[in-house]
Design a protein around this ligand. Sequence first.
Ligand SMILES: NC(=O)c1ccc[n+]([C@@H]2O[C@H](COP(=O)([O-])OP(=O)(O)OC[C@H]3O[C@@H](n4cnc5c(N)ncnc54)[C@H](OP(=O)(O)O)[C@@H]3O)[C@@H](O)[C@H]2O)c1
Length: 294
Amino acid sequence: MGNTFEKSRDVRRIDKKYNNMEKYNVKPLLKKVKSDIAEKVSTLEKTLSLALLLGKEGPDAIYYADSLIKKGTKLGFKVELIHYNSKNEWMELFNSKLEKFTGILPLAPYPEYISGKELEMVPFEKDVDASNILHLGHLFAGLKTEFAPATALSAFYIAKDHFHNELKGKDIVIVGRSLRVGKPLIPLFLSENATVTICHSKTVDLPQKIKRADIVICAIGRGNFFKSSMFRTGQLIVDVGINRIENGFSGDVDMNDLEESRLDVMVTPVPGGVGSLTSYLLYKNLLYLNDLQK
Ligand SMILES: NC(=O)c1ccc[n+]([C@@H]2O[C@H](COP(=O)([O-])OP(=O)(O)OC[C@H]3O[C@@H](n4cnc5c(N)ncnc54)[C@H](OP(=O)(O)O)[C@@H]3O)[C@@H](O)[C@H]2O)c1
């Protein structure tokens, strides 16, 4: 990723709609990540492939799968959506059909017959979203920081970009401690010599902890939970939340409240922030798996 952050900051534009609160513009970073991927793809001798496993048809999963297929195909990958309708069909997939793929991604939400044990069947070297406990172990041991769950990577890349690649000494507060978002962010930020505090539903005096931070990661899955009174001037707020509302999606941050408060902060929009980078970072992970399989 070397100079990704360097280049994108030069072309960052400020959203003029807001007087004090600014919306982070992910497009320059997105452009650089896509061009890094395309460059690597052009050196490959074979087409890499990704299997998307869908067991529970729902508008969100279908939308996500379509978007992954579109983006992946455009980048030069072969992306296949594979349906399963029972635990037997899931087992059969792992007995034969999935061997040819470079990476595998089971799409959430899962049917009730798929739990931790079934998900562990995704082989370590094909686990494109780094959810295998061994990948997470490597991340925490500091053995690698370039391969991590894509959503966590996305929040991390945005933070690096905003602070011009200089996170040393920064105070980070992560709200949410899931294995796919909050926890993997701990080693990622530590690798940059930042200081990390992680909060959750039992944290006492959350606003006081949030106010200490230079960067706040909001990842709890509760629409409009974070109000302007919880933040302070100068912070970068990374909104990871995707919450379904009547006519679309909202983040975990109450954008209207933040806008009205005229607090001088930078915040990532939903949609158009963390989520738009996440799928591309999955393809970056696929390239990593290909190197791992050599
Ligand atoms: N942008 C993307 O690409 C992307 C990808 C994946 C997920 N997401 C979104 O990110 C959000 C989080 O996802 P997830 O999978 O991490 O969720 P999750 O597994 O449900 O975890 C939620 C976390 O938030 C904490 N929490 C809940 N209520 C809280 C409160 N009132 N105060 C403080 N902490 C609270 C929980 O604490 P406890 O541990 O104490 O219960 C838990 O650690 C969701 O909206 C999801 O849709 C976005």
